[in-house]
Design a protein around this ligand. Structure first.
Ligand code: 5AD
Ligand code: SF4
Length: 466
């Protein structure tokens, strides 16, 4: 048999990209590629890029500079290294990448990963291949099922894409242009994926999509199903003990999603609900299509269905024209809601988006100061949220052995890492994949430290986790 070829994928950015990296690995496994942790050893290196962060494309070009050196070294040993750029920078920059970085063999947009084998062969023949179109065929259908080996490598927790793209067109955001219009996968395909993951030991599934709660995939009954309805169905799959979803838009929160939080023990009480700003004028300029009060009301609906739900969010400071008073409205909203955590970003223009044409840029020093104040407030809230766990007994899904001997690591319902030494009676490995109560004693930075609150080794949980 031929030596397997080695593949290294370096992913930047969001969960969607982490998931996409797995899908590319699945496509390429069919071509005899196995993954390697070192770019230097690889026969194919893929940079899976993200366009959302500041200076994303510059980072890609400097990484390509480093890879050119690695490729030259490989060539000295008589090895040929192919280099591909995937993800949203590939989509946005296309030919510009090939022009600026001749070292690149393949440029592939997120809609075309299933064509990777053909593109690599084409690059082999002609020196270069580029595909950043939005094809008309259903790419979800053409992607292969992950191999057993790849599923196992994913461990206890896995992502499943249920929708892609976004129709919201927030004025600062590239997603509607790089990922295209919102498309939902059929319910049956998602059920098949989740059942297969569960059969291979996955216990927690996070449904992902750029605007996941806009989900409206075809159901087996011929009707479009909402995310809430999909969650109810997935909760019945044996072996799946935790369900999550990300990222949501406040306007697409419907009653079925709220009811799912009320009714499903498997649906975790942590909701990522970006608001971006607390100022109505800025929200309008961002084309968010909701006010700060609309957002507060959505939070209230979740909380009345299930009081233990905690929220995380995304914020942008220094959107063009943002005044001190408008920034203060964001701080006021954060103070009022009380978050378990949040991401905050300085506004940076993305070429091609409407906000990039806006003139009144907020000075960098003002943005820096606002970001620091907002992050301080959010850190304070996050620390308080974590401290609140001390002295409580919380459920932890154990995922892997810890770095210290005899230690095991898992996560709480709120995704807080939890570290436990189960003691001699139980090997850490026997606990992986189980949800067990942990009495939390203390905090170490963001992690909870505690002890198992059970007397003897637990049997595996009931399959539905109910
Ligand atoms: N500038 C700053 N932050 C941005 N985000 C998206 N586009 C921009 C931009 N142009 C942030 C938003 C979004 C998160 C994923 O990234 O807060 O929710
Ligand atoms: Fe971008 Fe999210 Fe707005 Fe869609 S809803 S345009 S993905 S920020």
């Amino acid at each position: 048999m031929a030596e397997p070829r080695k593949l290294h994928i370096k992913s930047y950015g969001c969960q969607m990209n982490v998931y996409d990296a797995q899908r590319m690995a699945d496509v390429l496994a069919g071509e005899g590629f196995v993954e390697t942790a070192q770019a230097e050893d690889a026969d194919l290196v893929i940079l899976n890029t993200c366009h959302i962060r500041e200076k994303a494309s510059e980072k890609v070009y400097s990484e390509l500079g480093r890879l050119r050196m690695a490729r030259d070294e490989a060539a000295k040993d008589g090895r040929r290294m192919q280099i591909a750029v995937a993800g949203c920078v590939a989509q946005a920059e296309g030919e510009e990448i090939v022009r600026r970085a001749p070292v690149v063999d393949v440029v592939v947009g997120p809609q075309s990963y299933h064509h990777l084998p053909r593109l690599l062969a084409e690059a082999e023949r002609t020196g270069r291949a580029l595909e950043t179109e939005f094809p008309v065929e259903d790419k979800f259908l053409s992607l292969p099922q992950p191999s057993e080996r790849n599923i196992r490598a994913r461990g206890i927790s896995a992502f499943v894409t249920v929708q892609e793209g976004c129709d919201k067109f927030c004025t600062f955001c590239v997603v509607p242009y790089t990922r295209g219009a919102e498309v939902s996968r059929p319910v049956s395909a998602i059920i098949t994926d989740v059942e297969r993951l569960a059969d291979h030991g996955v216990r927690e599934v996070t449904l992902i999509g750029q605007n996941v709660n806009a989900y409206h995939g075809d159901g087996p009954d011929g009707c479009a199903w909402t995310l809430g309805r999909l969650l109810v169905r997935l909760a019945q799959i044996p072996g799946i003990v935790r369900l999550r979803y990300s990222t949501s838009h406040p306007n697409d929160v419907d009653d079925t999603l709220i009811a799912a939080h009320r009714d499903l023990a498997t649906l975790m009480p942590l909701v990522h609900l970006p608001v971006q700003s607390g100022s109505n004028r800025i929200l309008a300029a961002m084309n968010r299509k909701h006010s700060a009060d609309d957002y507060r009301r959505v939070i209230d609906r979740f909380r009345s269905a299930s009081p233990e739900i905690a929220f995380t969010s995304d914020f942008i400071v220094g959107f063009p024209g943002e005044t001190d008073a408008e920034f203060a409205a964001t701080l006021a909203l954060v103070t009022q809601i009380g978050y378990a955590g949040a991401y905050s970003f300085k506004y940076s223009p993305r070429p091609g988006t409407p906000a990039a044409e806006m003139q009144e840029m907020v000075p960098t020093a003002v943005m820096d100061e606002r970001l620091e104040r907002l992050q301080h407030l959010i850190d304070t809230q996050q620390a308080a949220f974590n401290r609140d766990a001390i002295g409580r007994t919380v459920d932890v899904l154990f995922e892997r052995a810890g770095r210290k001997p005899g230690q095991i690591v898992g996560r709480t319902a709120y995704l807080q890492p939890a570290h436990v030494f189960p003691g001699d009676a139980m090997t850490p490995e026997s606990l992986i994949g189980q949800v067990l109560p942990v009495r939390v004693d203390s905090l170490e930075r963001y992690s909870l430290l505690g002890e198992l609150a059970i007397a003897s080794p637990a049997r595996p949980l009931a399959a539905t986790g109910a």
